[in-house]
Design a protein around this ligand. Structure first.
Ligand code: ZN
Ligand code: ZN
Length: 552
């Protein structure tokens, strides 16, 4: 077989979240990212969703490392599950590893893991690969694109990126290096598709700072409460700057906010004057116009600080008519409803609320079409696979690459589970591995689609309980058929359904008994089928049906 490398996509292609892929050369494997995804509202009881790691675990002896592109949960959040089976060195920038290590130690799995810090521009031998870490701008500091120097040429993984020319920390995307790699010859580009539908260029993060400063200045008497992602250190820096410049002390609220601020200050990636920081308990010692609160909960998460503030059940501090709450964020699709609830509740407290629909208090961390085109032009790949996006994002990204001159033969739209091979001949799909959703609920158990289907039926149609006793000797029902429902309305229409159900089940059982059926299991099924048929055909309902027929 000719020289080739293989890429296996385990998550993130077809959804925003649970990013994970494996790169393979000479039988050795390097994993890039191990992220999680948050559930949709109809995934009842699900806390998080992981990639299916079975394919990797079966090959754990061949895995040399896990490389993290940056510190977001959709790239690092499933590490704690993966490292239980695949304990290999974890590479990343100091801040990226700091965030990851914090969550791993919360989950008590950081103990015997090896973390290897890398700097911008550094090149490392990792397994059979020569890996280069390239600075890119994103909504968390220290994000990296990766370049794998392989035997078939260079593979560039963009990571999550935007091309911010005025980043808060002055660390720009290393376009010079990307262009140099393009000169050397990039065999495959894997690139972030999140904003591939959006024309133009993403706003610079710095633009948000100017807006915040103006909003703070316009409200000298008001306490400013700003919610943002706890990992968005540059946003936190800008909120803190606005507070400092308008004479406000800063109080941080939220466990992850406090932990991340502490880590980022230690790494000198967040510059705050200790004299500006106060404890939340001391807020009331200051006039409202002298305080800025920076907190979590910008996505309406029910347990985060902003939700608790909106319901009036945060400790130490209540918001009211003296406060202006800024949601320095954009709701992730699926979170709009919860964010709306929080904003409503804040209005009930007579609090002023400003979000990204009224003022440009947020900038995305992902490249739009203009930047994606620029990236393609810098890297000039021979082959391209869009990653990190819902299906339509990847389609748009593929079209963009073709419009830049790449032949459609060299562009492949892949999905989770797809395996591709890159060789001097080009790009081809070679197989499929299991890559379904792995659901995790509160008890940390992981399960597949089946119980969720049942939870959806329970939530939508409730549950029906049918019981009956059969007298084998007398060949008749020993007791009346009993049908009860939970989660049903108690009006007369439901009563009618229950009456009809009872007689349908009774008739079906009579028939079965007449045919000499005295098997309890089989009679239970008869009852279940009779009820299911009536409900489905006549009433269009699909409750979960539980039957118990006892033969005496
Ligand atoms: Zn990200
Ligand atoms: Zn991401």
């Amino acid at each position: 077989m000719a020289e080739s490398i293989r890429v296996t996509f385990l998550g993130g292609l077809g959804e925003i979240g649970r990013n994970c892929l494996a790169l393979e050369q000479d039988g050795r494997i390097v994993v890039v990212d191990a992220g999680l995804m948050f559930p949709e509202p109809t995934m009842y009881g699900v806390d998080i969703i992981l990639p299916d790691f079975r394919w990797l675990i079966e090959r754990k002896d061949r895995v040399d490392a896990i490389i993290l592109t940056h510190g977001h949960e959709d790239h690092t959040g499933s590490l704690r599950y993966l490292v239980k089976d695949v304990n290999v060195p974890i590479y990343g920038a100091p801040l990226t590893l700091g965030f990851a290590r914090h969550r791993l130690s919360e989950a008590k799995v950081a103990g015997d893991l090896t973390f290897i810090e890398v700097a911008d521009g550094e090149r490392r031998k990792i397994g059979p690969f020569d890996v280069e870490f390239i600075a890119v701008t994103h909504s968390v500091p220290s994000a990296h694109a990766l370049a794998f120097h392989t035997k078939v040429g260079i593979v560039v993984h963009s990571g999550d990126f935007k091309l911010d020319l005025t980043p808060i920390d002055g660390r720009r995307t290393d376009v010079n290096r990307l262009a140099a790699l393009g000169d050397e010859g990039v065999a495959l580009l894997l690139s972030d598709s999140t904003n591939a539908e959006e024309p133009g260029f993403t706003l610079s993060e710095a633009s948000v700072g100017a807006v915040l400063r103006r909003l703070f200045l316009e409200r000298p008497q008001r306490r400013m409460v700003v919610a943002c992602f706890a990992s968005h250190i540059h946003r936190i820096q800008q909120i803190a700057n606005a507070a400092h410049e308008t004479g406000r002390k800063i109080a941080f609220m939220g466990r992850s906010m406090e932990a991340n601020v502490k880590l980022a200050r230690k790494l000198h990636q967040l510059r705050l004057d200790s004299a500006d920081i106060i404890d939340v308990e001391n807020i009331d010692r200051f006039k409202p116009g002298e305080v800025c609160v920076i907190c979590t909960g910008s996505q309406g998460e029910p347990l985060a600080v902003l939700s608790r503030l909106s319901r009036g059940d945060a400790r130490n501090f209540k918001v009211g008519a003296d406060d202006t709450v800024i949601l320095s964020s954009h709701p992730i699709p699926g979170n709009e409803w919860s964010v709306g609830r929080v904003i409503d509740d804040l209005h009930r407290e007579a609090t002023e609320v400003i979000d990204s629909s009224q003022e440009p208090v947020h900038a995305s961390g992902h490249a739009r079409q203009g930047e994606l085109r620029t990236f393609q032009q810098l890297v000039r790949p021979s082959n391209f696979v869009p990653i990190h996006g819902e299906y339509r994002h990847m389609v748009h990204h593929a079209e963009l690459a073709v419009s830049m001159g790449l032949s459609p033969k060299h562009v492949l739209i892949c999905e989770d589970g797809d395996q591709i091979e890159v060789s001097p001949k080009g790009l081809r799909r070679t197989g499929k591995v299991p890559a379904g959703f792995h659901y995790i609920d509160g008890s940390s158990s992981d399960f597949d689609e089946r119980p969720l289907e049942e939870r959806r039926m329970l939530a939508e149609y409730g549950v029906l309980m049918i019981s009956a006793g059969v007298d084998q000797e007398g060949a008749k029902l020993a007791s009346p058929v009993s049908v009860t429902a939970r989660g049903w309305f108690e009006g007369s229409s439901d009563t009618e359904v229950l009456v009809n159900l009872t007689s349908a089940v009774r008739n079906a059982l009579h028939e079965a008994i007449a045919e000499g059926n005295f098997n309890a299991d089989s009679l239970s099924k008869v009852a279940q089928r009779a009820a299911g048929r009536l409900l489905g055909q006549k009433y269009r309902r699909q409750p979960v049906i539980m039957t118990a027929v006892v033969v005496v």
